[in-house]
Ligand binder design. Structure first.
Ligand SMILES: [Zn+2]
Length: 596
């Protein structure tokens, strides 16, 4: 009896622990205080960092990892080698890293590191600093790290650096010793090979002393006018609840501000170059419209400033800021701003792990920024994401597709990465509107923001929101469409006439299941929409407002064909699977039947 009782207790206890591990969300916290002293002529700086680390995990931590991203810009680095061995290198990188001279390379060299005043031992391994702790950080405890370091800003190769091709002096991204994230999947001390970040939420207090003729723009709120400090100017920024800090500096920046919606100040920093000034002025009201669009369709931007800064090497999203190249045609300047600004939601506020789930930040951003561009630029496209569907279909039909579980750095080619992350990720979201209905999709996006803002959501977290909003089972959609290399292919197999009846047979050719919308046109000019629910969804998407449709019986996935009868006495002239073309069918030639 006693044994029995103990076993029951043990089972109960164990069961409780397991349940907690599966359902309790936690995230680590960092608070950075940094003082930076820049030698602008040499392209070097000295830094001190006080980092308060709070361990909210259920685990005792015996070591920590910092990213030293600038070390990627050295001959022989993983970024250099990868760029020279991948089949389709990014032309911005190519073999340029291998040719950097000692005064052009980037580096971050820690000089000292302490934990609560005790000296720590550490090892620099490429772009990662491995640190053994003096004492473990127990669950719920905080510890303070102090680091001093020397750094050299690389010549602009990728994202960061000195003297980009448009003449911006300093693009300072991923520029400081940055604590790696530790979450429910453990440490994410990814080496910097090509792309994508995953960082710890926290508060930043950063003072940058720089030669006095530079203007600095970046993350956070500038605390009063810059103060004179030993022949330099010290710029003090504070950024609450962010997971990154970025800045850029140039002697020729024009700095404009524009009052955006909801009390947000939009800052624009761009070169005093007569060729670009007009476009950068015209960009300002459009940026305000974009911000309104994203506020309305995702959720309200919670900070009070956003900076669009000329810098970098294309466009890249950062905390409360973006760095974009600025010498562009107007449409392209708006397009890149729309994309990078949309990342403030899909990457920044909804901080998915970009290395593991690259399709969530790039795909969702592509989806919403295309819709925003369609509206603010009055493009009047019926499907603003049609280009993403074409890109995805090309990849699927090329046979080179891979499951989207692939790490962002480890695709066979940059092209496969690009199409999977941007195009397929966009299609995933756009097509979800086909699966659960457009209104449910809109509500899902807003609810996802409400539930996961300032956190690290996963693909499962997103699909669970969609399930709860729609009342439909959607695990198959995430699993089969994103996590396998299967594809969607449905066909009209046969239209037969039996007396006065017409019988239509559809066929599932691809492995990925889908509910089916099908429109049938009759010879008398009338038409009828049919909806065939997918049995494993355990429900039906609601009809679009004003849509008349007939709901047929479920299609259970294992059956390769599905047959239904249309209105008696009417003769079929045309059958179309998914006239909306929101279902990413990889072979749409067999989606139609027409009577000659
Ligand atoms: Zn992007």
């Amino acid at each position: 009896m006693k044994l029995f009782y103990t076993t029951i207790l043990a089972l109960f206890f164990f069961g409780t622990i397991t349940a907690q591990n599966n359902t309790t969300y936690w995230q680590q916290k960092v608070d950075y205080k940094m003082n930076i002293d820049v030698d602008a002529d040499k392209g070097q700086y000295k830094g001190t960092q006080q980092l308060t680390y709070t361990n909210n995990s259920p685990d005792a931590l015996n070591r920590v990892f910092y990213h030293l991203y600038f070390n990627a810009f050295q001959p022989g680095s993983e970024m250099d080698v990868r760029s020279q061995t991948i089949v389709d290198p990014d032309p911005r990188v190519g073999d340029r890293i291998s040719k950097l001279s000692p005064s052009e390379i980037g580096f971050i060299k820690p000089l000292s590191l302490t934990q609560d005043g005790v000296k720590l031992t550490y090892e620099i391994v490429g772009t990662v600093l491995e640190v053994a702790l003096a004492k473990p950080i127990l669950p719920g405890e905080s510890t303070v790290f102090n680091m001093e370091w020397d750094a050299q800003v690389p010549s602009q190769i990728r994202r960061s650096g000195r003297d980009n091709k448009e003449g911006v002096a300093y693009s300072m991204t991923q520029w400081y010793p940055k604590m790696a994230e530790y979450d429910f999947q453990g440490w994410h001390a990814d080496p910097y090979i090509a792309r994508e970040f995953h960082s710890v939420w926290g508060d930043f207090d950063v003072t940058i002393a720089m030669d006095k003729d530079y203007t600095i723009g970046g993350t956070g709120y500038l605390q009063g006018d810059p103060k004179k400090k030993r022949g330099k100017k010290a710029w003090h920024f504070v950024a609450p609840n962010v997971h990154d800090f970025t800045w850029a500096a140039d002697k020729d920046y024009i700095h404009d501000t524009y009052a955006g919606p909801n009390g947000v100040t939009l800052n624009f920093y761009y070169k005093n170059d007569p060729n670009i000034i007009e476009n950068w002025k015209k960009l300002q009201p459009v940026t305000a419209e974009l911000l309104s669009y994203f506020n309305e369709h995702i959720g309200t931007y919670p900070y009070k400033q956003y900076s669009v800064i000329q810098g970098g090497d294309g466009g890249m999203e950062y905390a409360m800021a973006t760095l974009i190249t600025g010498n562009r045609k107007f449409e392209s300047l708006v397009g890149v701003t729309a994309h990078e600004m949309a990342h403030s939601w899909f990457q920044f506020l909804l901080a998915t792990n970009e290395g593991r789930h690259e399709w969530m930040d790039e795909g969702f951003t592509s989806y919403i920024s295309s819709l925003a561009m369609n509206e603010v630029m009055k493009q009047n496209s019926t499907n603003p994401n049609a280009g993403s569907y074409r890109g995805y279909a090309f990849l699927a039909n090329s046979g080179k597709g891979v499951p989207a579980t692939t790490h962002a750095d480890r695709y066979e080619s940059n092209r496969t990465y690009g199409i999977t992350a941007y195009s397929k990720g966009c299609v995933f979201l756009a097509q979800l509107g086909y699966v659960i209905g457009e209104e449910n999709l809109k509500t899902t996006i807003k609810q996802y923001f409400k539930d996961w803002v300032f956190k690290h959501p996963t693909p499962n977290d997103f699909i669970r929101v969609a399930e709860k909003v729609s009342g439909l089972e959607l695990d198959w959609y995430l699993l089969d469409f994103m996590y396998t290399n299967g594809s969607i292919d449905y066909a009209v197999k046969e239209v037969a006439t039996e007396g006065t009846k017409s019988v239509i047979t559809l066929e599932r050719i691809g492995l990925v299941p889908m509910p089916i919308d099908v429109t049938v046109e009759f010879e008398d000019g009338s038409s009828m929409n049919y909806y065939i629910p997918l049995q494993m969804m355990r429900g039906e998407k609601p009809a679009a407002s004003g849509e008349k449709r007939l709901v047929l019986g479920d299609w259970a996935w294992a059956h390769p064909t599905y047959t239904f009868e249309v209105i008696a006495g009417k003769s079929v002239s045309k059958v179309m699977i998914d006239p909306s073309k929101l279902m990413a069918d990889v072979d749409d030639k067999n989606n139609q039947f027409s009577k000659e």
